[in-house]
Design a protein around this ligand. Structure first.
Ligand code: GDP
Length: 473
């Protein structure tokens, strides 16, 4: 019926045409993509598929310049492990308490808002590292206004630092460099400046355009100056929002809480969010029953750049999903259902990643040649042992590749990597996926297999591959 309407032909005629090509359908049956292509062609139409997100995007009207007021910048801290991301976030969080706001920041909700001595505010995304940043960018969401790239002065610009810089540049997010640990005897901040200069990133004190501040995240030395520089950067961005409209924003994180149901941290980017509002985010919706800030205080509303946790959604949206306010619950439900249905159809259509069983099947059809594994384990020794064993399993018909092998829990980044690789799959040894990674894997259709006996892992892949090869013969 929908298709007939789109093509402006009588639905009976469409059903008749379908029957003539051997497809028996009822008026409200959903057709697969191939059938739609075929029948549309019959009627002289060509088809183009728009993603569920695009099709169901909710557009908000633009604001009038006069309604806009300044909003706090949203800042992410990125850098190499151990260079001091957590220490900096903790220091800022704790001194802000001393700076005299009622109630300390008592809970990690994924973001927090601090007030500086002069009353200006900064919102920090409290998920150190660029995993959240990447995850959100993958969903096309730009939450961060400014990135602080932190580099330890007793070390150098590391691969992760470079990656973080590349992410910020790709997202067109201005960077402020924080050269950390200058209290340490071996600190050599000029070496960091030089490392950066070699990457064509000339800092201000060397005549370049990038702001840079020496700090000690441990003692707090230079942190005030760093905040000053962040605010200066923010001023140039002229960040504004209209607090007097329905809220829109992004999901920072979401989880299921035993006592409270689904709990989502949201960051308002425009408008004001109120208790009682009907929120739709991704494929979930609900009326906001209660809101709390990072100080665990119950609040009635959240203004632009203010992070809050909300209770009342009927599921846990993904980090980076945008949220909107609907007039009625029915409207929200309809959009959510439609998005869910389209998501299901789309995942059926575009399964990029495969289970072992499916791989066996594809191999039997002679159309499969590569198995891309991501190996995560608790020790480097296990990573190497597994990687070696897996690679040796390669045959003429199937090449087993380990595209990434590392120590640590299975992260969202691993899932993302697997989802972009051809037939990507994750093997974990004595490690588990994080809750967020698990959820992302479900959404992206990435298979994660975990083991605690090395031979089980090898046996599994061997057996599966042998099974595949048997089928080819
Ligand atoms: P992250 O992995 O980037 O989050 O790094 P952390 O904040 O966990 O810091 C790693 C280690 O460096 C910890 O042992 C910190 O105590 C230490 N550290 C962080 N900042 C400083 C600093 O400014 N001076 C000194 N001496 N140690 C620091």
């Amino acid at each position: 019926s929908e298709l007939a309407t789109m093509m402006d032909v009588p639905v009976t005629k469409l059903i008749g045409t379908l029957m003539s090509i051997g497809v028996m359908v009822s008026i409200n049956q959903r057709l697969d993509a191939e059938t739609i292509n075929m029948v549309a062609e019959e009627f002289g139409f060509s088809t183009e598929y728009v993603s569920a997100e695009v099709q169901n995007a909710i557009t908000e009207e633009a604001d009038d310049e006069v309604d806009l007021v300044e909003r706090a910048p949203i800042v992410t801290v990125m850098g190499h492990v151990d260079h001091g991301k957590t220490s900096l976030l903790d220091y800022v969080r704790n001194t802000n308490v001393i700076a005299g706001e009622a109630g300390g920041i008592t809970q990690h909700i994924g973001a927090y808002n601090v007030k500086l001595a002069d009353g200006r505010r900064i919102t920090f995304l409290d998920t150190p590292g660029h995993e959240a940043f990447t995850a959100m960018r993958a969903r096309g969401t730009q939450v961060t206004d400014i990135a602080i790239i932190i580099i330890a002065a007793d070390d150098s610009v590391m691969p992760t630092t470079k990656e973080a810089i590349a992410h910020a540049q790709a997202a067109n997010v201005p960077m402020v460099f924080a050269i950390n640990k200058i209290d340490k005897p071996g600190a050599n901040p000029d070496k960091i400046r030089e490392d950066l200069a070699q990457m064509n990133l000339l800092v201000e004190d060397w005549g370049g355009k990038y702001q840079c501040q020496e700090i000690s995240a441990k003692s707090g030395l230079g942190v005030d100056e760093l905040m000053e520089k962040v605010l200066l950067e923010a001023e140039m961005l002229e960040l504004k929002a209209n607090p007097n409209r329905k809220a829109t924003g992004s999901i920072i994180e979401a989880s299921l809480d035993k006592g409270r149901g689904f709990v989502s941290t949201v960051l308002v980017s425009n408008g004001t969010l109120h208790v009682g509002d009907i929120v739709i985010a991704g494929t979930y919706y609900g009326r906001v029953k209660a809101m709390f800030n990072e100080r665990n205080q119950r609040v009635q509303q959240a203004a632009p750049s203010e992070p809050v946790i909300i209770l009342g959604l009927n599921g846990a949206p993904s980090a980076g999903d945008s949220f909107h306010i609907m007039e009625t619950e029915q409207e929200a439900r309809e959009i959510a259902n439609k998005r869910q249905q389209l998501q299901r159809e789309q995942s059926l259509r575009t399964t990029k990643t495969l289970s072992l069983e499916e791989i066996a099947h594809r191999i039997a059809l002679g159309e499969f040649h590569m198995l891309n594994l991501i190996v995560k384990a608790d020790t480097q020794g296990s990573v190497e042992a597994l990687t070696d064993s897996f690679i040796k399993l390669s045959t003429e018909k199937v090449e087993v590749k380990v595209i990434q092998g590392a120590v640590g829990a299975i992260s969202e980044n691993d899932v993302m990597l697997a989802s972009t690789a051809e037939n990507g799959m994750i093997v974990g040894f004595n490690v588990r996926p994080s809750v967020a990674a698990k959820k992302l894997a479900e959404n992206e259709g990435v298979e994660i297999n975990t083991y605690s006996v090395i031979y089980d892992a090898i046996d599994d892949i061997t057996a599966a591959m042998e099974g595949m090869l048997d089928k080819i013969k």
